[in-house]
Design a protein around this ligand. Structure first.
Ligand code: G3H
Ligand code: 13P
Ligand code: ZN
Length: 323
């Protein structure tokens, strides 16, 4: 079995009103947790690699881990470059065997974004690889780029048809109110519930509906879609961590997006939280432990549990491999 592109996955997901999880990978435990959960739930999955992940773990290791995961789990697996900043990193990942890349031209002008995205699409398609583009700007942090809430902007539905037809992209990431990281909204953008937990403003489903009307059947991508589970935040903070007012996207809103045109939902921060909660738990309950396998296996199990929950209760992609 080899890596697959996202073309078939997205076609089935659109028709079946579910989404494929795109989970960020940085090491072996994360790859195993995601693909074991996907295998047990009979769900296709996308493993995505940021520039930071390539710096941390090296392309060659991440590629080998993805290939090992296909053999071990038997799932349909796409390997995707997350937030490719320029043509060179996209080319390097295409040449290095990825089945999908994102060219993130959202920081450029509309015309420059089109020119850059088109160049990547031409190269990728000639090499059997698919491309995700982005229109609109999310708030938050990715590698060295920090976009403030003031500089973020929703995708303009008027622009999407022209962008897709002129670039030839295979999927499109949009901005409808999600944001990267574990601090998606400031306290003054939110209300508080009875427990004092921040409640974020709802996603702009009106914009998603407009985009869906203009691009019927076309796969849409949601970045910054971690839910920042409060049980992890609470556990981490109780055990000596410091994540005040961390807040994410409510899962029922993601479920709704998955039933619409959204075919790919990106999750990274929730993996970080699950791992951190697991490791802190071991360090707290068993301070004598110093074998990394002892705490990494708990962290891995926590990530696996979280991913299985996302597949079944949020994405709705469970069982898709058998349909
Ligand atoms: O969108 C960004 C992802 O969470 C990747 O984060 O650049 O720190 O690896 P990273
Ligand atoms: P989160 O920070 O919400 O997990 O978003 C991850 C992401 O969009 C990766 O591209
Ligand atoms: Zn992202």
């Amino acid at each position: 079995m080899a890596l697959v592109t996202t073309t078939e996955m997205f076609k089935k997901a659109y028709a079946g009103k579910y989404a494929i999880g795109a989970f960020n990978i940085n090491n072996m435990e994360i790859v195993q947790a995601i693909t074991e959960a996907a295998g047990e739930q009979r769900s296709p999955v996308i493993l995505q690699v940021s520039a930071g992940a390539r710096k941390y773990a090296k392309h060659v290791y991440l590629m080998a881990l993805a290939k090992a995961a296909i053999e071990d789990s038997g799932v349909d697996l796409a390997l995707h470059l997350d937030h490719g900043a320029d043509f060179e990193i996209c080319k390097s990942c295409i040449d290095g065997g990825f089945s999908s890349v994102m060219i993130d031209g959202s920081h450029h002008s509309f015309e420059d974004n089109i020119a850059l995205t088109k160049k990547v699409v031409e190269y990728a398609h000639a090499h059997g690889c698919v491309v995700e583009g982005e229109l609109g700007r999310l708030a938050g942090i990715e590698d060295d780029v920090k976009v403030s809430a003031a500089d973020s902007s929703y995708t303009q539905p008027d622009e999407v048809e022209e962008f897709v037809s002129r670039t030839g992209v295979d999927s499109l990431a949009i901005a409808i109110g999600t944001s990267h990281g574990a601090y998606k909204f400031t306290a003054d953008q939110c209300t508080r519930n009875a427990d004092g937990v921040l409640v974020p403003p709802p996603l702009r489903f009106d914009i998603l509906e407009e985009i869906e009307k203009r691009l019927p059947g076309f796969p849409i991508v949601l970045h910054g879609a971690s839910s920042v589970p409060q049980e992890y935040v609470k556990e981490i903070n109780t055990l000596g961590g410091k994540l005040p007012d961390a807040v994410g996207i409510p899962e029922e809103q993601l479920r709704k997006a998955a039933s619409m045109a959204v075919c790919k939902i990106n999750i990274d921060s929730d993996i970080r939280l699950a791992m951190t909660a697991g490791i802190r738990r071991v360090f707290n309950e068993e301070p004598q432990v110093f074998d990394p396998r002892e705490y990494l296996k708990v962290a891995r199990a926590e990530v696996k549990k979280m991913v299985a929950h996302k597949i079944v209760d949020v994405l709705g992609s469970n069982g898709a491999l058998d349909k």
